[in-house]
Ligand binder design. Structure first.
Ligand SMILES: Cc1cc2nc3c(=O)[nH]c(=O)nc-3n(C[C@H](O)[C@H](O)[C@H](O)COP(=O)(O)O)c2cc1C
Length: 218
């Protein structure tokens, strides 16, 4: 099997969480003797090569982040440029997001389920997983640790059955958090997380509190 992997994030590859996830997933493919080539829609100058790879190959995987409950606009723009193909081609998806509960990725998944039909190709399933906000803020060792589970999903995909099995379903984790967990998270967001966000913003050169209302003038 040879897989064309397309990173659907608008973020440049260097800062893209999806890119790190793809690296781990691809390791799993390699472990099982599957070859791959990777592309990123964030680099508009490569769109022609991505289209060519899409047309010349039959196993396509689009890995993408959830942006505002659905798929990033830039990816949508790219998809609109794809010509029709036939059912020899299989299109699968790896959908990842910031927030953790599976339920909030289902709208995006629903859209992706319909998409192959519009392009005339076969649907290979959608791997769904959240809790990935932090990847790009970590050092390389921690990034590799947090994205490691995707390697097993690469190995699973190499079996050739797409993402329809129980293992892929389980990978999502909890669909909804329990009430105690939700209350705990609410507390953390109001306390520790605020401090953490402020620290990150300061490291990026922000000199005012994050709650500053810069649009309010006297
Ligand atoms: C504009 C924007 C919108 C986002 N919308 C959501 C969202 O609706 N739900 C969610 O869980 N995460 C959301 N996220 C978080 C991303 O899905 C998450 O950080 C992802 O890992 C980013 O991958 P990337 O760095 O490859 O773009 C959003 C991020 C951005 C920048």
């Amino acid at each position: 099997m040879h897989v064309v992997i397309i990173n659907g994030s608008p973020r440049v590859q260097k800062y893209s969480n999806t890119e790190k996830i793809i690296a781990s997933f691809a390791k799993g493919l390699s472990e099982k003797g599957v070859t791959f080539e990777t592309y990123a829609v964030s680099d508009r100058s490569s769109w022609e090569s991505i289209r060519k790879a899409y047309m010349e190959n039959e196993e396509i995987l689009i890995a993408l982040p959830l942006y505002v409950e659905c798929i990033p606009g830039l990816l949508l723009e790219f998809l609109e440029t794809l010509p029709q193909k036939d059912e020899h081609t299989r299109l699968s998806f790896l959908l990842q997001s910031g927030f953790s509960e599976g339920c909030q990725l289902r709208c995006g998944e629903g859209f992706l389920k319909e998409l192959p039909g519009y392009l005339g190709v076969r649907y290979g399933g959608c791997l769904v997983k959240g809790d990935n906000f932090g990847i790009r803020f970590l050092d390389q060792e921690k990034q590799e640790r947090i994205t490691k589970p995707y390697q097993a999903m690469g190995e699973l995909f190499a079996r050739g059955d797409g993402f329809f099995g129980e293992e892929a379903k389980k990978f999502t984790g909890p669909e909804y958090f329990s009430l105690p967990m939700r209350l705990l998270l609410q507390f953390l967001f109001k306390t520790l997380s605020r401090k953490l966000f402020q620290k990150v913003a300061a490291s990026w050169g922000c000199t005012v509190p994050l709650a500053e209302k810069i649009w309010e003038t006297d």
